[in-house]
Ligand binder design. Structure first.
Ligand code: COA
Length: 387
């Protein structure tokens, strides 16, 4: 560009030479972490944090766990129709995606592998605007196959092709292990998937809606959501629950261990929530599932006894803020009880939440407005460059 004269312009624009205008203080309200801010409207789920209730399209989560399947709940979220017999088998992983998964080092985190697979899958589809229920269904059916394939490849095993006679959760377990799961195991994991399917404007769902609001595609929205869920404050807690219980050793040592952890400023994993001030109804549903499992982890009883101590200590430390058990606490024994290794917990949570993410993508696209909030500038006032 050197030597090219700038075109003369007749338009008068405010220039650098003008004196800096006086800056008005920005008095608009700001809530760190957007806590308590209404950032949208949804008909998908109601999270009543004060009373500890969760509804999907008006139906109570406890009833859905008892009488629904993940496929039926996903369909309910996408379409609004309640069809308890709805089925959704897992889908084949395209060869190009498998080649990408094979190329990943075996110590890659499953969340990174899943995010990569979703991204590669999206690159190969014609995901036009607006997103459709069919796209939501296809992505939700693909993701379990991709995670199962990665989990096998890193162990030096071949991926297992989907069995179309199996519904999504049973199909996922089959592709993970290479054999049919016991009905009790499938039911327990299905209950976990139902409970994890949807939860209002949590960080990853909000991310998916922001991406969709730019008229980007459903795979981009879900890949971004997986990236958001990867953080330990969102989806990483259940594996840390197992870890913390192991470090405590026994119930007798739990109180001393937790007091010391809280003194060091650490958080007790599986407790606290941005919205719930009452007991998380998902934790209550999963505790029932965990206690009725055929293969309970041997530390489940320890977890139940430690929970009471943890709640007492948290109430002592934070009399101003009700910190109760959250979903992750009892997700941990369910996930371990069905035979998943802790490093697969966050990615399995992502598989479950894919129904909710994609339902939000559809809802956002149905009445879209670009999500672009404002930010208060708190930096230096306008000034001259030194020299
Ligand atoms: N253990 C110990 N202290 C906790 C706590 C926990 N699990 N959860 C919250 N607190 C404390 C914080 O230290 C903070 O205390 P301070 O004001 O003295 O610093 C206070 O309670 C408020 O915490 P804050 O982080 O502002 O609340 P939040 O609404 O943003 O937090 C979570 C929500 C989920 C991030 C938080 O409860 C947490 O980190 N929990 C542990 C991780 C977890 O289980 N995540 C899964 C969520 S489903």
């Amino acid at each position: 560009m050197t030597g090219t004269p700038r075109p003369a312009t007749a338009t008068v624009v405010p220039g650098d030479a003008d004196p800096a205008p006086e800056r008005e203080p920005d008095e608009r309200p700001y809530s760190p972490g957007l806590e308590g801010v209404l950032a949208g409207e949804t008909a998908l789920s109601q999270v009543d944090g004060a009373r500890g209730r969760l509804l999907y399209r008006g139906y109570r989560i406890g009833d859905l766990v008892e009488r629904g399947s993940y496929a039926a709940i996903a369909n309910l979220l996408w379409t609004g129709d309640w069809d308890p017999g709805h089925r959704l088998p897992t889908a084949l992983v395209p060869d190009a995606v498998l080649a990408g998964l094979r190329a990943l080092p075996s110590d890659v985190k499953p969340m990174d592998a899943l995010r990569t697979a979703v991204s590669a899958w999206g690159a190969m589809q014609s995901l036009d605007w607006p997103p459709t229920v069919e796209q939501a269904r296809a992505l939700t059916a693909f993701s379990p196959s991709a995670l199962a394939a990665f989990a096998r490849l890193r162990d030096g095993k071949d991926p297992v092709e989907p069995d179309p006679s199996l519904d999504l959760v049973e199909g996922f377990l089959y592709q993970l292990t290479g054999s049919r799961a016991e009905p009790g195991t499938t039911r327990a994991l299905d209950a976990y998937f139902v409970v994890g399917a949807e939860h209002g404007f949590n960080a990853s769902t909000f991310t998916a809606r922001v991406v969709t609001s730019t008229r980007s595609d459903v795979a981009s929205a879900v890949a971004a959501a997986i990236g958001t869920m990867k953080g330990p404050l969102h989806g990483g807690a259940p594996s840390e629950v197992v870890d913390q219980l192991a470090r405590m050793g026994s119930v007798d040592r739990a109180e001393a261990w937790m007091r010391a952890a809280l003194d060091r400023g650490e958080r007790l994993m599986g407790f606290g929530h941005r919205v719930y001030r009452a007991y998380d109804p998902r934790a209550a549903a999963l505790r029932k599932v965990a206690e009725s499992m055929d293969h309970k982890p041997d530390w489940l009883q320890q977890a139940i006894e430690v929970e009471d101590v943890a709640l007492r200590l948290l109430a002592e430390r934070h009399p101003e803020r009700a910190i109760k058990t959250n979903v992750e606490y009892y997700a941990a024994p369910v996930l371990q009880g069905v035979g998943l290794t802790p490093d697969l917990f966050p990615a399995t949570f992502s598989l479950a939440r894919t129904a909710g993410w994609t339902a939000h993508v559809l809802e956002q696209a149905g009445d879209n407005r670009l999500i672009r909030p404002d930010v208060r500038y708190v930096g230096e006032p306008e000034r001259d460059l030194p020299g």
